[in-house]
Design a protein around this ligand. Sequence first.
Ligand SMILES: Nc1ncnc2c1ncn2[C@@H]1O[C@H](COP(=O)(O)OS(=O)(=O)O)[C@@H](OP(=O)(O)O)[C@H]1O
Ligand SMILES: [Mg+2]
Ligand SMILES: [Mg+2]
Ligand SMILES: [Mg+2]
Length: 357
Amino acid sequence: MSLTFATEQQVAVAAVRRACALTSSVFNKLVKNETLVKGDKSPVTVGDYSAQAVINTILGRAFPDDPIVGEEDAADLRVESGTALKNRIVELANETLVADLGIGEMAEWGLGPGQERIPEELLDAIDRGTYGGGRTGRMWTLDPIDGTKGFLRGEQYAVCLALIIDSKVQLGVMGCPNLPVDATKPDGPRGCIFVAVRGQGAHQTTLTGADPVPLQIPAFTSETLNFLESVEAAHSSHSFNDRVAELLAITRPPTRMDSQAKYCSLARGDGAVYLRMPTGVGYLEKIWDHAPGSILIEEAGGIITNSRGEPLDFGLGRTLGDNFGVVAAGKEVHSKVLAAVMQANKEEAEAKARSRV
Ligand SMILES: Nc1ncnc2c1ncn2[C@@H]1O[C@H](COP(=O)(O)OS(=O)(=O)O)[C@@H](OP(=O)(O)O)[C@H]1O
Ligand SMILES: [Mg+2]
Ligand SMILES: [Mg+2]
Ligand SMILES: [Mg+2]
């Protein structure tokens, strides 16, 4: 293992880029009745499974000893009723794996002509993602499509991969096929990759492999401050954000966007603050929904904590544990936002106590 993570970066970028080609092609051919509904009611498409099959196949070849904490598992594909879906996934994953080698890709990662897998190998690759995570050791975490709802709407989603060693994220790679390369040109070219390596900074490139552009969160004034927040009201509290915005006298409206594309937008200064507060008790945030985004923010010069100002803990297993939300912003902005978040939390607690008497 090299300390610069050069090979890990090369493999992760190749895997994410291939998966983005796959998800874009799935979207273009998406047949609505291929959408399953999982227990958690989130739509799971053929795209999620086949992207996880592709990325885990590549990781399994390049780093056979590394476990993976992935969002999906193949249980629904191993039963009779999943056969049609399984066949579609096998076809799509193989199409993606056998495409000609691109810049920086190696045949020994299982890529290129002639490298088709049998269905059982692809289902096993998906199930490499069932690792439980934990405090120590080296592991990858993968969200093959983050922002499934955005993906289905043709809006923002991200293919998200991170390397964690002893609970600390060391490398994050995110592919955002629908994100404009330049936010000031929303109708311009789309398709970005964001990369961050611990101690080495963060950069953006394009899915077509443009020269990397270093990322640094810019300074914001009170006039330019704004929030990046979830589209789905069930995923984070919009009303809480409204109160924090009021406390900070923010006038710019929030930018709503699905997926970890919010972290990517923050890292390049398209928005100033990512605030994600739980909407109710019970939901535990997953490590794959925040690991690559968190290192991107830190390496772009920002700070990410929960609403108590504590670092996110990636060593608790598949989740981040007790949910105290996420606050991410540039260095100067973060402390101001955190103070306002604590104030808004205090007001909520006082209002609750009053309603009890
Ligand atoms: N109740 C609840 N609270 C918080 N988060 C939840 C909740 N339910 C789901 N999820 C996770 O949200 C992920 C989608 O990312 P976002 O919430 O940022 O996007 S969205 O705007 O809300 O669509 C989404 O990731 P994907 O499933 O990969 O799309 C989920 O892991
Ligand atoms: Mg999901
Ligand atoms: Mg997700
Ligand atoms: Mg997902």
